[in-house]
Write a protein that binds this ligand. Sequence first.
Ligand code: NBP
Length: 474
Amino acid sequence: MDRAPIGVTGLAVMGRNLARNLARHGHAVAVHNRTTAKTDALVAEFGDEGTFLPARTAQEFVDALERPRKLIIMVKAGRPTDAVIEEFAPLLEPGDMIVDGGNAHFLDTRRREAELRERGVHFVGTGISGGEEGALEGPSIMPGGSRESYAALGPLLEDISAKVDGSPCCAHVGADGAGHFVKMVHNGIEYADMQLIAESYDLLRHAAGLEPVAVAEVFRTWNTGRLESYLIEITAEVLAHVDAASGEPFVDVVLDQAEQKGTGRWTVQTALELGVPVPGIGEAVFARSLSGAADVRAAARGLPGPVHRTGADSGIADAVEQALYASKIVAYAQGFHQIQAGAAEYGWDIDSAAMARIWRGGCIIRARFLDDIRRAYEADPATPTLLTDDHFAAALGDAQDAWRHVVGKAAALGIPTPGFSSALAYYDALRAERLPAALIQAQRDFFGAHTYRHLTGDAVYHTLWSGDRSEVTG
Ligand code: NBP
């Protein structure tokens, strides 16, 4: 065989595993890397897993691909992606397809897609979630780009994606940068979910007074119910783990400063640009920043607060489960709101039910819960918020008392729960008959003549605050 239906360039952990995944599924795959030693190593170590066509140069790589050519770029996002595109684009022909499977910013993807479209080349910005293991065993794949490119690429990508109930975790998201946009929001939701789980752990540890190994048991039990998910499962594993050197719970020997690579920050920055409220994701990003603000934390450590930080309220575990489930519904509702706002802004026709479906497997936020989101969007694709879906509204109603009890208890004990508190505030704000935003509008008009509207009608008014306080039309 001298030609392959697809190729991968960039053979670090992700690219190598994606190439192996393709080969294991019976697809011959051309492989290329800037540093040829990685190409040689892949073929030497895993050559028996399928058909690999190693290429030492860009030209050899392009020549090893069947027309229309399909090449996947798996290099470091940013400048390296542009460098690789500049290297390959002159070697391609109209109709060829470049898939960028890296974590690109969706605005870069939009720019690249527009530039390559001029040359007749399809640029398919593709979100891939699942990390190293997912790339090998079956990730969740979110391809953007043209429908035409999906018709050619879809069967291959669906074949190597994760499967849930026989359904592939891969679907065409929408034009140009839609795939990377949805992947970005996926990561934002992941931040929020992890923060809520971390707060649950903190409450079980310090409000219920449980040791990490006992908290692990609680998470294990939760993982048999409606919270069943990859993140809950690994949380139980981590909390049960003991540091071999000290014999202490592993979680107690890890520095409590969470890092981030930037997709959570992008989600919040984009939400701010779009004017979409995603406070749960924002709180999660800021909670990581706060944890890393070591000097500020050291300076503030002696500030007064409740004396007995640790309680022994063993009955709170069930309430925490309710609060976690309710807050999780809120976080996902915010993420899907952002997807819908992005779709409206950029003209993408994104099927929210399909997004929930392809996140059920392969990716970090995979969970039983996503099936309920899929069902909710299938029942009402145009719903403004997931919160009003019958199933979720009932769950939020059932969780009311427990959720409020947990947030109140956390405040009383001095346990920070920005995720839980913010989720509850978002819920209460959305359902409020009247918001104090009316006062803010009035203040804005007072100091800046920014005008306001009345409850009835679209007319714009201004009050002459420094004059006789009569109202004039704005
Ligand atoms: P890295 O992000 O570490 O990138 C390393 C690869 O980029 C190597 O193949 C390297 O070639 C290549 N490269 C660089 Br750096 N600069 C280049 C240039 N100017 N020209 C050509 N190639 C260049 O690899 P990764 O961790 O496998 O991730 C690949 C992509 O997948 C990234 O965009 C990442 O954000 C995304 N992603 C990663 C994960 C994950 O869990 N790691 C999950 C989902 C998505 P060399 O060998 O010659 O240096």
